[in-house]
Design a protein around this ligand. Sequence first.
Ligand SMILES: [Zn+2]
Length: 64
Amino acid sequence: MKRPLRNNSHLPHKLCVICGKPFAWRKKWEKNWETVLYCSDQCRKQKKKSKRPNNGNGSDSIDD
Ligand SMILES: [Zn+2]
């Protein structure tokens, strides 16, 4: 009883933190899926637009 792979429903899904829409795993995310928060580059850019109240000076630092 094999099911044909009709669509991406067998793949992991997440909800975009910007637009709230569900999006499915993609090949390009195979190495960083756990860190993917946005469904698209558009949403990623929107994140950069919004100001953080906590971050008034300087740019994002990679060091944590
Ligand atoms: Zn989105």
